[in-house]
Design a protein around this ligand. Structure first.
Ligand code: NDP
Length: 252
């Protein structure tokens, strides 16, 4: 199992929603040597005030990193910055959390165009793919031992479960992108098995955030607590799987 202590952690999409509370929880619950690389599009902008306030409370632990994951140069640049901080120490946990849902919920067919389909794929699949690829490349200095890549996916990606929730939100672009992210997760899981890097997809629950909306059933705190408990107890059986925040397997 993975244990949550001396860790170098990278999380994307940390200025609001689930990502912000992931960083908060990790900063509070890990030991002093842990370093958290909290990525967001605009660390100096108005939308990152809450993240900056959090970083001020944990100046040793939290480092803000500028990252637009729809931009390949930005991914390379963010990786180089993190790499320079970490040196040979290695990264232990990469959480690909940032994503978009365009058009917003319910994402009707009549409102969805080519650009929405492409942007969903670029941000939700290609971004995490490229960031994971650079992070795990043999030429990178990062030495993964007892490490994991967690891709935040969704119940909405499940083809088997679709009839149960399609009526609530159609979300063509978002669902298709997350189903593709699941496949990328499974491929990386196979690719890095021999290096003992655990790669899995996690559904955070239906969470009250800008994306989840006010009707959602759980808070970011409940979601994060569940996901961190799950991640820290993951073992071989969880490789390449899609699990919800309570640890239940979701069928593809
Ligand atoms: P929010 O919409 O509240 O936050 C999304 C985050 O992703 C923001 O920090 C946003 O930054 C960031 N982001 C979007 N595009 C980019 C980009 N191109 N580059 C970098 N960062 C970007 O979402 P949630 O917190 O609700 O969702 C977090 C994860 O959980 C997502 O992967 C989502 O799909 C998943 N999820 C959420 C559910 C829910 O009920 N909330 C249900 C199932 C899955 P910015 O402020 O700059 O836009």
């Amino acid at each position: 199992p993975l244990h949550l202590y001396v860790w170098n952690i990278l999380v994307t999409g940390t200025n609001r929603g689930i990502g912000l509370d992931l960083v908060r929880y990790l900063a509070e619950k890990t030991n002093e040597e842990t370093r958290i690389y909290a990525c967001c599009r605009d660390p100096e902008g108005d939308k990152a005030q809450a993240l900056r306030d959090l970083a001020i409370q944990h100046p040793q632990k939290i480092q803000l990193i500028k990252l637009d994951q729809s931009n390949e140069d930005s991914i390379s640049c963010a990786f180089q910055t993190v790499s320079a901080h970490i040196g040979a120490g290695g990264l232990n946990l990469l959480i690909n959390n940032a994503a978009i849902a365009k058009p917003p919920i319910p994402g009707l067919l009549s409102d969805t165009n080519k650009q929405d389909m492409m942007e969903g794929y670029e941000t939700n699949v290609v971004g995490p793919f490229l960031l994971t690829k650079v992070s795990l490349s043999p030429s990178s200095q990062w030495k993964f031992t007892q490490s994991a890549v967690i891709n935040i996916s969704t119940l909405g990606s499940s083809i088997e479960k679709l009839p149960e929730n399609f009526h609530a939100a159609q979300l063509y672009s978002y669902r298709a992108s997350k189903a593709a992210l699941n496949m990328v997760t499974r491929c990386f899981s196979e690719e890095f098995k021999s290096q003992h890097i655990l790669v899995a997809a996690v559904h955070p629950g239906w969470v009250r955030t800008d994306m989840g909306g006010e009707q959602a059933t759980i808070t970011t705190q409940e979601s994060v607590l569940g996901m961190i408990n799950l991640i820290s107890s993951m073992s071989n059986k969880d490789r390449g799987m899609l699990l919800d925040w309570e640890g239940t397997i979701i069928p593809w």
